[in-house]
Write a protein that binds this ligand. Structure first.
Ligand code: COA
Ligand code: AMP
Length: 634
C-alpha cells in the first residue's frame, strides 16, 4: 500500500484549521466548536475554544448509546494475581456512574482535583473516567514513587479527594500503597478531604476514621442509588478545561505539572489511534505501560476507549510474570492487533529468550505491529523483534508534554520505508525542526536541538499547572517561536528524525523519565555529603541507570560501604524504587571546570567506556584519573 502520509501531512500544513475541525467532527460535542484555534488565548493559543464536550461521554456512554454496550471495553489480565476479566462498555458505564456519584457524595465538584495513586487494576481506569464524567481534574501518580514525591504532587495539585488501593503487586513483593499514602498526606501541607481505598484480596489497609472510605462499600451504596433512580450524568466542560495534570521530571526536585486540556486531547487521540496505530472500534489494543505514565493515559485509557476499541490492562512485567512469553501470550489470547511497549521491555525479553522461542508458541495471527517508544529504540533490539515477530516494528518519539506521537511511522496511513534508529517523520500538527544554539534551523544531517514550531497541535500541553511563567521559561524562551523538546538529534535528507539524547539532566531508566538533578538533591541532602554528581550510566536492559559520585565532608569518618548503602536507601525513600539508584561511589574530588562546573558528561563517558577528550578548562585533571581508576577496579 502506498503511504498517504505525505498527502495528509501537506493537507494539514496547508490548512490546519480545516484539518483539525474535520478530526473534531468525529466526536460527540454538546456544543461543537465553530473554529479550531484561537491564537490569542492562553500562552500560545488554545484549541477548539468555544467547543464543549465530556470526554467520558465520548469514551463510554456514546458507545453504549450507539448499541455497542456488550462490546468489551477493558480486558484485565493480571498474571501477578492470577486474575483475568472482561468489562463491557455497558458494565464500565455503570461502574463509572457509581464512582462518580460516590465522589460527588464526598464533595467533589467540577474543576476539583483528584489524585489517583493506584496499581494496574480496572478501578484505576474507572477512577480516571469518573473524574472526567463530573469534570474533576485527575492526577495519576505512578506507584513506584515514594511518599515524598507523592506529597509534592499533593501540595501542587491540592486535591479534594485521593483514590487509592491497599496494595500493588510487584513480582518479588507486595507494595503496600496505603502506608505510603498516609505518610505522603502527613508530609504534605495540603490535606485532602477524603480518601477512597480499594481493598485488594492480596492485602488490606487500615482506614482512617472520618477521612477514608472503603471503595466497595461506597460502590454498593451508589449502585443501589442508581437502581433507585439517582442520576450520574456526564457534565459538559469547555474544550479548554483541564482533563488532567500529569507530573513529570524536570531539572529540579519540583516536578512539572503537565496540563492536558479536554477537547484537543480527545480529538488528537481519536485521530491518532487510527492514523498512527491503525486500530479502530472492535479491535484490541495492548499498551503494556502503566496508567501512571503518559503512555498509559493516552493509549491504555483514552484513545482505545474514544475509538470504541478494546484495551488490555496488564498487571505484570515483561519477564518473570511468569516468563518472557507473557506479552505474546496476552497478545495472542486477547487477539491484540498492536502491542505498544518500551524498548527496555523487549531487551528484557530478549535477554531471557534470545531466540524468541516463546513468541513462536502463540498464535499471533491477529497481530499487526509492535510499536516502541519512551526511549531510543536501538537497531539491535528492533532487528531481534522483527525476526521474532515477522511483523513491522515501529519506533515513535514523543513526550509527556506532547500527549501523543510527534514523530512516527503511521501504520494507519500506510507505512513509510523503515530506517532503523529513526522514529521516522513528523506527524500532522508537529512542525519538527533542528536548531543551532542561536535558534537558526540547521541543514540536514546536522546535530542540534529538536524543537517544534508553535503552535503545538491539539492534545499537547497548553501550559503547566498554575505555572504559566514556568511553562514559558522551561519550553518557550530558549528558541522564540518554538517549543524546545530538550532532546537533541538531526533530520536526514528525507526528513527522518534521529533522536540522540537529552540536552538536560533527564535520564531514561527502563523507559521511566527521571531527573538526575533531583537525585543529586536527595544525595546532597545527606549530612555526610559535601557534593555529588549523578549521571546516567549505560545499561544493557534498562538503557540507562543512575550512578552517583560523592565527595564526603572533611573529617567525615563513616566508612565507604555504609555511606554508599545509606545513600541508596535515601534515594529509594525520597524518590522511590523506580529510580533504580543502586550504585554510588565515594571519591576524593569531582572533576570540574575552572569555573566550578562538574564535568558530568566526561564522567559519563568514563563510566560508559566511551571515548572522551579532557576539556581544556579542567581544573584538576587528577580528579579524572581517580574516577577512571575506580571505574576500572569495579
Ligand atoms: N509500584 C511500586 N514499585 C514499582 C512499580 C510500581 N508500579 N513499578 C516498579 N516498581 C519498583 C520495582 O519493584 C523495582 O523495585 P526493587 O528495587 O525493589 O526491585 C523498582 O521499582 C525498579 O522497577 P523496574 O523499572 O520495573 O525494574 P525491574 O528491574 O524490576 O524490571 C524490566 C526490569 C525491564 C522488566 C522493567 O523495567 C520493565 O518492565 N520495563 C518496562 C517499562 C515500561 O513498559 N515502561 C513504559 C513507559 S512508556
Ligand atoms: P516521557 O515524557 O516520559 O515520555 O519521556 C520523553 C523522553 O523520552 C523524550 O524527551 C526522549 O528523550 C525520550 N524518548 C521517548 N521516545 C523516544 C524515542 N522513540 N526515541 C528516542 N528517545 C525517546
Amino acid at each position: 500500500m502506498t503511504s498517504r502520509y505525505r498527502e495528509v501531512y501537506d493537507a494539514w500544513r496547508r490548512d490546519p484549521e480545516v484539518c483539525w475541525l474535520a478530526a473534531a467532527a468525529a466526536l460527540d460535542w454538546s456544543k461543537p466548536p465553530s473554529r479550531a484555534f484561537d491564537a490569542n488565548a492562553g500562552v500560545y493559543g488554545r484549541w477548539f475554544p468555544d467547543g464543549e464536550l465530556n470526554i467520558c461521554h465520548n469514551a463510554v456512554d456514546c458507545h453504549v448509546a450507539a448499541g455497542h454496550g456488550e462490546r468489551t471495553a477493558i480486558v484485565y489480565d493480571s498474571p501477578v494475581t492470577g486474575t483475568k476479566s472482561r468489562i463491557s462498555y455497558k458494565a464500565l458505564q455503570r461502574e463509572v456512574m457509581a464512582l462518580a456519584l460516590a465522589m460527588r457524595g464526598c464533595g467533589v465538584e467540577t474543576g476539583d482535583r483528584v489524585i489517583i495513586y493506584m496499581p494496574m487494576i480496572p478501578q484505576a481506569i474507572v477512577g480516571m473516567l469518573a473524574c472526567a464524567r463530573i469534570g474533576a481534574i485527575h492526577s495519576v501518580v505512578f506507584g513506584g514513587f515514594a511518599a515524598k514525591e507523592l506529597a509534592a504532587r499533593i501540595d501542587d495539585a491540592a486535591p479534594k479527594l485521593i483514590l487509592s488501593a491497599s496494595c500493588g503487586i510487584e513480582p518479588a513483593r507486595k507494595v503496600d500503597y496505603k502506608p505510603l499514602l498516609d505518610k505522603a498526606i502527613a508530609l504534605a501541607e495540603h490535606k485532602p478531604q477524603a480518601v477512597i481505598v480499594k481493598q485488594r484480596p492480596e492485602g488490606g489497609a487500615t482506614l482512617v476514621d472520618g477521612r477514608d472510605h472503603d471503595w466497595d462499600i461506597l460502590r454498593e451504596t451508589a449502585l443501589q442509588a442508581l437502581d433507585e433512580g439517582a442520576e450520574s450524568p456526564c457534565i459538559a466542560v469547555c474544550s479548554t478545561d483541564p482533563l488532567y495534570i500529569l507530573y513529570t521530571s524536570g531539572t529540579t526536585g519540583q516536578p512539572k505539572g503537565i496540563v492536558r486540556d479536554t477537547g484537543g486531547y480527545a480529538v488528537a487521540l481519536h485521530w491518532s489511534l487510527k492514523a498512527i496505530f491503525d486500530t479502530d472500534a472492535g479491535e484490541t489494543f495492548f499498551c503494556a505501560s502503566d496508567v501512571g505514565w503518559v503512555v498509559g493515559h493516552s493509549y491504555i485509557v483514552y484513545a482505545p476507549l474514544l475509538r470504541g476499541a478494546t484495551t488490555i490492562l496488564f498487571e505484570g512485567k515483561p519477564i518473570g510474570t511468569p516468563d518472557a512469553g507473557t506479552y505474546w501470550r496476552v497478545a495472542a489470547e486477547h487477539g491484540a492487533k498492536v502491542l505498544f511497549t518500551a524498548p527496555t521491555a523487549i531487551r528484557g525479553i530478549r535477554k531471557e529468550d534470545p531466540d524468541g522461542e516463546m513468541a513462536k508458541r502463540h498464535d499471533l495471527s491477529k497481530f499487526a505491529a509492535l510499536f516502541l517508544a519512551g526511549e531510543r529504540a536501538d537497531p539491535e533490539t528492533i532487528i531481534w523483534a522483527e525476526n521474532t515477530l515477522s511483523k513491522p516494528v515501529i519506533d515513535h518519539w514523543w513526550q509527556t508534554e506532547s500527549g501523543w506521537p510527534m514523530v512516527a511511522n503511521p501504520l494507519g496511513l500506510g507505512l513509510l520505508p523503515v530506517k532503523r534508529g529513526s522514529p521516522t517523520v513528523a506527524m500532522p500538527g508537529f512542525d519538527v525542526t533542528v536548531l543551532d544554539p542561536n535558534g537558526q534551523p540547521v541543514g540536514p544531517n546536522t546535530m542540534g536541538a529538536i524543537a517544534v514550531k508553535l503552535p503545538l497541535p491539539p492534545g499537547a500541553l497548553p501550559t503547566l499547572w498554575n505555572a504559566d511563567e514556568r511553562f514559558r521559561q522551561s519550553y518557550l524562551t530558549e528558541f522564540p517561536g518554538y517549543y524546545a523538546t530538550s532532546d537533541a538529534g538531526f533530520l536526514d535528507d528525507d526528513g527522518y528524525l534521529y533522536v540522540m539524547g537529552r540536552t538536560d539532566d533527564v535520564i531514561n531508566v527502563a523507559g521511566h523519565r527521571l531527573s538526575t538533578g533531583e537525585m543529586e538533591e536527595a544525595v546532597g541532602g545527606h549530612p555526610a555529603v559535601a557534593e555529588c554528581a549523578v549521571i546516567g550510566m549505560h545499561d544493557a536492559v534498562k538503557g540507562e541507570v543512575p550512578c552517583g559520585f560523592v565527595v564526603l565532608k572533611k573529617g567525615e569518618t563513616i566508612d565507604r560501604a555504609s555511606i554508599e548503602a545509606e545513600l541508596v536507601r535515601t534515594v529509594r525513600e525520597q524518590i522511590g524504587p523506580v529510580a533504580a539508584f543502586r550504585q554510588v561511589l565515594v571519591v576524593d574530588r569531582l572533576p570540574k571546570t575552572r569555573s566550578g562546573k562538574i564535568l558530568r558528561r566526561t564522567i559519563k563517558a568514563i563510566v560508559d567506556g566511551s571515548p572522551f577528550e579532557i576539556p581544556a578548562t579542567i581544573e584538576d585533571p587528577a580528579a579524572l584519573d581517580e574516577i577512571q581508576a575506580i571505574v576500572a577496579a569495579r
